[in-house]
Design a protein around this ligand. Sequence first.
Ligand SMILES: NC(=O)C1=CN([C@@H]2O[C@H](COP(=O)(O)OP(=O)(O)OC[C@H]3O[C@@H](n4cnc5c(N)ncnc54)[C@H](OP(=O)(O)O)[C@@H]3O)[C@@H](O)[C@H]2O)C=CC1
Ligand SMILES: CC(=O)N[C@@H](CCC(=O)OP(=O)(O)O)C(=O)O
Length: 342
Amino acid sequence: MTVRAAVAGASGYAGGELLRLLLTHPGVEIGALTGNSNAGQRLGALQPHLLPLADRVLEETAPAVLAGHDVVFLALPHGQSAAVAEQLGPEVLVIDMGADFRLKDPADWERFYGSPHAGTWPYGLPELPGARAALEGSKRIAVPGCYPTAVSLALFPAYAAGLAEHEAVVVAASGTSGAGKAPKPHLLGSEVMGSMSPYGVGGVHRHTPEMIQNLGAAAGEPVSVSFTPTLAPMSRGILATCTAKARPGGTAESLRAAYEKAFADEPFVHLLPEGQWPATASVHGSNAVQLQVAYDAAAHRIIAISAIDNLTKGTAGGAVQSMNIALGLDETTGLSTIGVAP
Ligand SMILES: NC(=O)C1=CN([C@@H]2O[C@H](COP(=O)(O)OP(=O)(O)OC[C@H]3O[C@@H](n4cnc5c(N)ncnc54)[C@H](OP(=O)(O)O)[C@@H]3O)[C@@H](O)[C@H]2O)C=CC1
Ligand SMILES: CC(=O)N[C@@H](CCC(=O)OP(=O)(O)O)C(=O)O
C-alpha cells in the first residue's frame, strides 16, 4: 500500500523533519508541499538537507492544493490548523502537528491559547494507556506537544501504578528548534550560545494543561504539575527531569517493576539499565525515548528522567508513528531508533 501525503508548513522545522522521515518511508509518496510567506520558493533554498526534494516548489496552503491526498500533515502555527482541516473531507487522514486539537477541556484551551477551542482529536502518543485503540483507523490525529511527550512518558507509569502523589514537579530543557524557525530576539545566537535560561515560569506554559490531562488520565484522578521549561544551547533535544513525592509503601523495586511493565513491548521507549542516564545526544535524529527512573529514599521522591529529540519523537516521528497505526501499518515503519553521535 502506498499513500499520497501532503505537508502544509513544509518550510518550517517540524515540516522539514517530517519530510526527512517521509523520504525513507516505504509506504508514502510525497505530494503537495505548502508554505505561507515562502510559497513560490524552491524547497532546496529553505531545507537544503532534503536533497531529493530540492527542486520542489512550495505552493499556497489552500484547500484546493491539499485536496486529493490520502494523508495531510499540518505543521502550522497554533490556531491555523482548524480552518484548513475543516475544508478536508472525512475520508482524508489529517494529522495536526500543532496544538489545536490536543486539549479536551475548552476552558484550558481558551486560558492558555486565548482563542475559541476547535475540538479534540485522538491523541498521538501511542504509548499512553488506551491511545493505540483510539488511533487505529482514525481519520483525525492530534500530535502531542514536545514537552508533554517527554514528561508524560516519564511519569505516567508511576501514576498508573499508584506509586506517586498527585503533585508533579518538572524541569525540562529544550533545544532552540522547539521554538520554530521564525526569528525571535531571545533566540539570537548571541543570546542562546553558552547560556541556559528559564521561560514560561509559574504555571503559564501552554503545555502544562496537556501534561495535567495525560497524567490525570493515567492516575484516574487530578494531578497537578508545576512545569518550568528552560532553553538550552543546542539545536535539538529535550531532557525532562520529573519528580513526585512517593506514596507510602512503594519501594525502589516496585517502581522499577512498574516502568519495566509499562515499556516492555514498546519499540521506541528504552528504559535504560540501572545506573545509566538519558542524554539528548543519544536520541539526536531518532524516534527513541531514553528513560530512567530512581527512588530517592531519603527525600521520599520518585525521579523520572527522559530524553527525546523534540523534532523527531517530539513531533514528526510521533506523527509518522501515529499515521502508521491509523493506516494499519507496522508502527515502526519509516522510523529509526538509531541516533547520530557524537
Ligand atoms: N519545533 C518543534 O520542536 C515542534 C513543533 N511543533 C508544532 O509544529 C508546528 C510548526 O512548528 P515549527 O515547524 O517549529 O514552526 P516554524 O515557524 O519553523 O514553521 C511554521 C510553518 O508554518 C507556516 N506558516 C506560518 N504562518 C502560517 C499561516 N498563517 N498559514 C499557513 N502557514 C503558515 C510557515 O510557512 P512560511 O515559512 O512559508 O511562512 C512554516 O512552514 C507548530 O504548531 C508547532 O507547535 C510540535 C512539536 C515540536
Ligand atoms: C524551546 C521552545 O520554545 N519550545 C516551544 C515548544 C515547542 C513544541 O513542541 O510545542 P508545540 O507543538 O506545542 O509548539 C515552547 O516552549 O513553546
